[in-house]
Each structure stands twice: as structure tokens, then as C-alpha cells.
Design a protein around this ligand. Structure first.
Ligand SMILES: [Zn+2]
Length: 452
């Protein structure tokens, strides 16, 4: 087990990163920021050289830049960004290996209506780094002998669920790959039958499990101790609801396919994400000017891969908003801490009477209502005030009183109340979907159908 600082175990990512940097299995505490940063600088230069030599896309982009003059991490700021649109248009041109060396291609269909899908390529070595990150990260919350249900897609070789299961098996944890939840009752039966005591899933899916029975009724006599919820944004209201229903601890993982699936995970302090700093170099930038922001200021998260072979990404703009937390984590690590990602830049919808509405505001208000398991939101501009429509998916037992609470909760968002009061916004009656099949998890955002 890791080194204790007070009552908290230090993040296992620290000795893991120390080991990757030094090549030695060492005690936590021997690592310094300076060691991490000189390792990152070395690998940044290697990545830039690899991309300039092997990738036709990056060769063009990096031509004329004095890559050999890069002497500090700050010098990276002179290198252009890579965007999601760049990947869509040039994914093949970003490859640094021959196609025969690619073992996994992930195709991400865009949520919008236009454009090509994003394709991200990985070699066997790239995938092994992810498996190893999952093994290390999961040791924050599970131990040998635990029985972990994996409610993630990708049970096939190379898929996220499979890589996680393989990582867990390496540490003597019994992994039960399940896939996405469709029928809540059936999944709860699997949990009971398999004597599951930890799980990894997507927030709204696990919320649906936790809210299957009426409040205060114990679901199936489960004894889940710890769980990891993996997503771009994890609402506090969902954490509170699940922890209350199951008397367990919720940890947050943040990652995206472009990062190699894994990006960062909370330690036992659960107050910010520690990052996969040996494989990824993170920056926070002002999304408008592109300038780097100091720790503590919120901006767009940007990362550069340090060890990726198949398709390195240089200064990739995630579109996610977060900040680095300036003061050290109470677990005592020297690793950086990222706030939970709050919103997508494109996910903030401006309101006519001032301010904006985002999915995270709606999430906190609506998921706080017991009985809500998911919802969709849309804002349409007609020839008058904007109209906000919300469709909710409710637990079976939820009655009329839950709908009343939802309406109150929507108006508890001050931006909504103000705009409704001033006549800039109207609220459509809340629609309810009571189908037994859960909505498939997708990137959650406010739809803007007729804002053209
Ligand atoms: Zn920590």
C-alpha cells in the first residue's frame, strides 16, 4: 500500500510516475517537480521530433519552427495548437507509424450534424500504456480480491472496458465486464449475483441503478464500497445521490479517447484530479487568446502526448474548461491537481437577458431531485423569447410530486429565474419518458435546434 499522509493514502500515480521517470521502483516522496518537468521536456522534444519526421501533417505544421531551440516547457507555447477539426480532416496524415503497426482505431462520431468523424489511432505499445495507467489509477479505490463491475462500452479487444478489465486482473482484482446499462433491474441482478463491491461506470447510468428503488429502500442488498465514475463532467448532485443511496465513495476519472482514454484520477482526498503526467503534458489556456493561464485561473485544457507512438497529439485543445489548483493536495503528492472539468466551451448558451446557461447548471439542479435519472435540454429561439424544453427520464416510482420539484428546481437557477422574470425566456412543460430502457450515454449538452 502507498505512503500515508495523515489519514490519506498518497495517490498511487506518484510512485508510478517516479518509476517511469527513474526506471526504478521507488518510494513515494523521492520524486520532485523538477524531475517530472525535465522528463516532460525530454519527451516533448522527442515527440516533436517524431511528429516532424514521420507525420506528413505535423511536418507541414512544424516546418520553420526552431524545434532544436526548445529549452524549457514554456517554449512549447510557440507551437501551434491541434484541434478536433484538425483530427477530423487529417487523422491519417497525423500517423507516425505504418498502418500495419496500428492495433486499434477509435472512430468518434461528432455530436453535431456536419463533418467527418474523428479517428484516433493506437499501437500495441500505446494501448499497453493505457492498461498500465488503469491498473495504477484503480489501486486508489480497489484492492486484490475486490469484485469490480465494469459498466463501460468496449468489451472487444482494445476497447475501454477490456483494457480496464485487463488492468484490474493484473492487480488480482476480479473484473466483471458488463457494458452499457440498458435494463436497470437486470444489471442490479448481476451485481447481486456476482457479489460486486466496486464498479466503474458513467454517472447517469450509475445514478439510474442507485435510484431504482424508492428513497430509503435498499437496492437488492448491495454492498458497493467504492466506485469510479468516468466522464467529462461529474455533477456534485450525482455524487451526493449515489453516495447516499449506497453508502459508498465516488471517485472521478477524467479522460477522453484522444488522451489514450485515461487522463487523470482523484486520490483519496477526492478534491481534484491527479494527472497522468508521465504520458501527457497539460496546459490551461485562455480559449480566446490562446495564451497560457496561471494556476488557479479557469480556461481550456490542452494536452500534448509524451509517449504516444501511433498518433501523437501536440497541444490538443480539449474544449473542456478547468483550472490547476495552486495549493498542494492533502494527500501530500507533488503531482499537479486539476479541478473537476466543469463545462465545455461550446456548451454555454448565452441568454437574452444576460448571463448564460450550461448543462452543468441544469445537472446540479435536476439531478438533485430524487427520482430523476436523466434529462435532455434544448433551447430554441422563436420570434420572441427563447424557450427552454426539458425532457426527463424518471425512476419507476417517481410520481407527480417529482415533476413539481423539477419545475421548482429549474427556477432555482438564478440565470433562468432572471431571464424568465424579464421576459427573455419561457419554459415549456417538462416532458417525461418512462420507458424502461435507459437512454444511451452520449455527450450531454444543451441542444440549440433553431439558433441559426
Ligand atoms: Zn491527492
Amino acid at each position: 500500500m502507498g505512503v500515508r499522509s495523515g489519514l490519506l493514502v498518497k495517490t498511487p500515480l506518484e510512485p508510478w510516475i517516479y518509476n517511469k521517470i527513474s526506471g526504478r521502483v521507488g518510494m513515494a516522496g523521492q520524486i520532485t517537480r523538477q524531475m517530472i518537468e525535465s522528463y516532460q521536456l525530454h519527451h516533448l522534444k522527442t515527440t516533436l521530433a517524431l511528429a516532424a519526421e514521420r507525420s506528413p501533417y505535423y511536418r507541414r505544421l512544424l516546418t520553420g519552427l526552431a524545434l532544436d531551440k526548445i529549452g524549457s516547457l514554456k517554449d512549447l507555447r510557440n507551437i501551434p495548437f491541434t484541434t478536433a477539426a484538425d483530427i477530423k480532416a487529417n487523422s491519417m496524415g497525423m500517423l507516425c507509424v505504418s498502418q500495419s503497426e496500428i492495433s486499434r482505431v477509435v472512430t468518434l462520431s461528432s455530436s453535431g450534424t456536419t463533418g467527418r468523424p474523428k479517428r484516433v489511432f493506437f499501437t500495441t505499445t500505446d494501448q499497453e500504456l493505457t492498461r498500465d495507467f488503469f491498473r495504477c489509477g484503480m489501486s486508489t479505490l480497489v484492492q486484490p480480491g475486490d469484485r469490480v463491475l465494469i459498466l463501460l462500452p468496449g468489451k472487444a479487444p482494445g476497447g475501454v472496458g477490456r483494457l480496464l478489465a485487463e488492468g484490474l486482473q493484473r492487480m488480482g482484482v476480479h473484473a466483471v465486464p458488463h457494458g452499457i446499462v440498458q435494463d436497470v433491474r437486470k444489471t442490479l441482478e448481476v451485481m447481486e449475483r456476482e457479489r460486486i463491491n466496486a464498479l466503474v461506470g458513467i454517472p447517469t447510468q450509475v445514478l439510474a441503478l442507485a435510484r431504482y428503488g424508492p428513497p430509503a429502500q435498499n437496492n437488492y442488498g448491495l454492498s458497493v464500497k467504492n466506485m469510479l465514475l468516468s466522464t467529462d463532467y461529474l455533477p456534485r448532485a450525482i455524487i451526493a445521490a449515489i453516495e447516499k443511496a449506497w453508502n459508498c465513495r465516488v471517485y472521478n476519472h477524467y479522460g477522453m479517447t484522444e488522451m489514450g482514454l485515461g487522463g487523470g484520477i482523484e486520490c483519496q482526498a477526492r478534491s481534484g484530479l491527479h494527472l497522468r503526467e508521465a504520458d501527457l503534458y497539460f496546459e490551461i489556456i485562455n480559449p480566446d487568446s490562446g495564451e497560457n493561464l496561471p494556476d488557479g485561473e479557469e480556461g481550456e485544457l490542452v494536452f500534448t502526448t509524451l509517449t504516444r507512438q501511433g498518433m501523437p497529439l501536440i497541444r490538443y485543445r480539449t474544449g473542456d474548461l478547468a483550472s490547476f489548483i495552486p495549493n498542494p493536495c492533502s494527500c501530500g503528492t507533488v503531482l499537479k491537481r486539476l479541478t473537476r472539468v466543469k463545462d465545455r466551451i461550446e456548451g454555454r448558451v448565452p441568454l437574452g437577458g444576460g448571463g448564460y446557461l450550461s448543462m452543468s447548471m441544469l445537472d446540479e439542479a435536476l439531478f438533485a431531485v430524487d427520482g430523476v435519472i436523466n434529462f435532455k435540454a434544448a433551447i430554441a429561439a422563436a420570434n420572441g423569447p427563447d424557450r427552454l424544453s426539458i425532457e426527463v427520464q424518471l425512476a419507476d416510482w417517481a410520481g407527480r410530486e417529482v415533476l413539481d420539484q423539477i419545475s421548482k428546481s429549474i427556477l432555482s437557477i438564478s440565470e433562468i429565474a432572471k431571464n424568465v422574470h424579464q421576459g427573455y425566456l419561457t419554459l415549456a412543460p417538462v416532458q417525461v419518458d418512462r420507458s424502461a430502457v435507459l437512454w444511451p450515454p452520449t455527450k450531454r449538452c444543451i441542444q440549440e435546434p433553431s439558433l441559426t
